[in-house]
Design a protein around this ligand. Sequence first.
Ligand code: MOS
Length: 701
Amino acid sequence: MNRKDGTAKVTGTATYGAEHQIAGLVHGYLITANIASGKIVSINTETALKSPGVIKIITHENRPSIAEPTNNFMDSKIYEARLPLSDNQIHYGGQIIGLVVAETFEQARHAAHLVEVEYSSQPPDIDPEQVEFSDAPSMFGEDMTFKKGEFETGDLSDAMDQADIHITATYTTATELQAPMEPHAIIAHWEGNNALTVYEPSQWVVGSQQTYAELFDLSKEQVRIITPFIGGGFGSKAFPWSHAILCVAVARELQRPLKVVLSRRQMTANAGHRSQTEQTLSIGVKNDGTLLAIDHLAKSFTSPVDVFTEPCTGITPAMYRADNLRTRQELAVFNVGVPTFMRAPGENPGLWALESAMDELAWALDIDPVELRLKNETHQHQQKNLPFSAKAFSECLRVGVKEFGWFQEPRQVRSMSRDGQQIGWGMSASTFPALRGMATVTVRLLADGSAEVLTSANDMGTGCYTIVAGTASEILQLPVEQIQVKIGDSSLPNGGMAGGSQMTATLVPAVMSACQEVLKQAQKSTAIEALEYLKTSGQEAIEGTASSSPGEEGQKWAFQSWGAHFCEVSVDEEIARLRVKRWLSVMNVGRVMNPKTAASQVRGAIIMGIGHALMENCDFDPYLGLPTVYDLATYHYATHADVPRIEVIFVGEPDYNFNPAGVRGLGEIGITGVSAAIANAVYHATGKRIRDLPMTPDKLM
Ligand code: MOS
């Protein structure tokens, strides 16, 4: 199937958060701090208030009242625990210190620059060598401690002694930005003090609904979140950010619809990032390639105003069998905005380190890297102590070897060249856990022969519209064009969250059940027959509602998706130019709902992985602590010219232990392992082992 929302998107008729037309709308522009640590001594708004069109200026001195939300992952959640404008303290560069409201955007922006702020500043913490690390606290409560990334089994030092070969290496990644195409934006529209409508990109509409309700002392029913389209989120649009909370608060005071759109520069500090990481891996192995011991320590950085650990080590006990394992996570505080989820949080940097180390081991052992992985595959999640369900990792590797035309003979460093450039091949494993939540869906079969699927779920570019329509079409046996999908509205039945790659596995079983419910009510087996029933009964519609949620299966099985990447790079050593020339990924994700959009999802993730590997880096000025990137020209990510043809193949079987659709989800897996595959290919091409991302030309010199 083609993407159902594709035409609306490319013709400009898809309405994004900031594009909703509301009568009487006024505009807010943020005032942000240009120091990274210290406090505001004085803030003078006199001149700005006299500027044309200005309606109001809010700072910490006249901050609106906002209630503390529960702020956990189950009920409500805000990205930054410190409520906006709490006091005069500055914790990071670009922190929001005020909001100017004016009749037009330009008037608000102009006035924001007339506000005079006097600071007292101190040197920011931004140097990894100068900050203190401690054990990372659990972010998900005590019952989800495995996410903390701490685990130990066996006897590590004993096993390292028994090993024939060990390697210890440290791998780093840079601070990265989610950088979605659609900037963060919100329109808050109050009708009186008890009815709030929010137009804002949200990966979790019912979560946002509850969160705004708590922040503004409302019942859930008094809040409506509308988000039919999202221009990319990658983890940065799951919960309300400070700018949005402030916008809603000020809109209530003014009793006027208020729009706040972040500039790219403002997004750098106020819309999340992936923390830079430093990971040290020690691996002990026997001469025949059997892994004995893995010790994985990861360090990342959080903000003074919240706790977020980049959970790099969570994946290690799932990946390869080793009877002696230890994983640890340490955290330090930087004067930066709040780091958060970014596509494959933890798994992406985690596999960068682990899959690079596996390649280093393969060279040290003189074993083919595919062989080494096959030899050490685990059929058990070693931390959960559960067998994997429907795992086809070895098939990913074998199909990849065949389709890529992988080495038939032992590989040699610097053995391939073309047109004066070094050529290298590299591979890596790819993996991501399969999650599933609860969803409710209503399906209505209408007398005109069309059907509506209604659920609050959303599509942030993932293909949700398409697979929901496809599923309904399959069960009702109606052409897909006759299925209307209405999502992205909290007034619809709870469709769950688009995060952790769980939306498809969450939603599809509920769509299936709701369609079956419609047919059951008509006592027919297809929609065509049911329509006859509808005509004779004179009803307007046959409606079916169903919910679907996980049961006890998570106590019997570990659910995880798998894959393998194979790539070719060229390195022009004279000018240190690295190009990715060819890519093949083989993925095992359970049932594939729609091959076209599924392959697209994986391709998008690989492209994001190429950016992570080659260019993405949000540096901070070491003295001022301010980000040195501030738009899409200074924050480099992969463009078309950086991307080769990408082949995606799916293998394996539907995972019916996981849910009745057998689908596991594939939003994030594609990015995992990409950077390692490239670094491994660079080593084969040049003999240079790169352990620090991104692989910019200076590192190839
Ligand atoms: Mo994702 S990083 O769970 O949106």
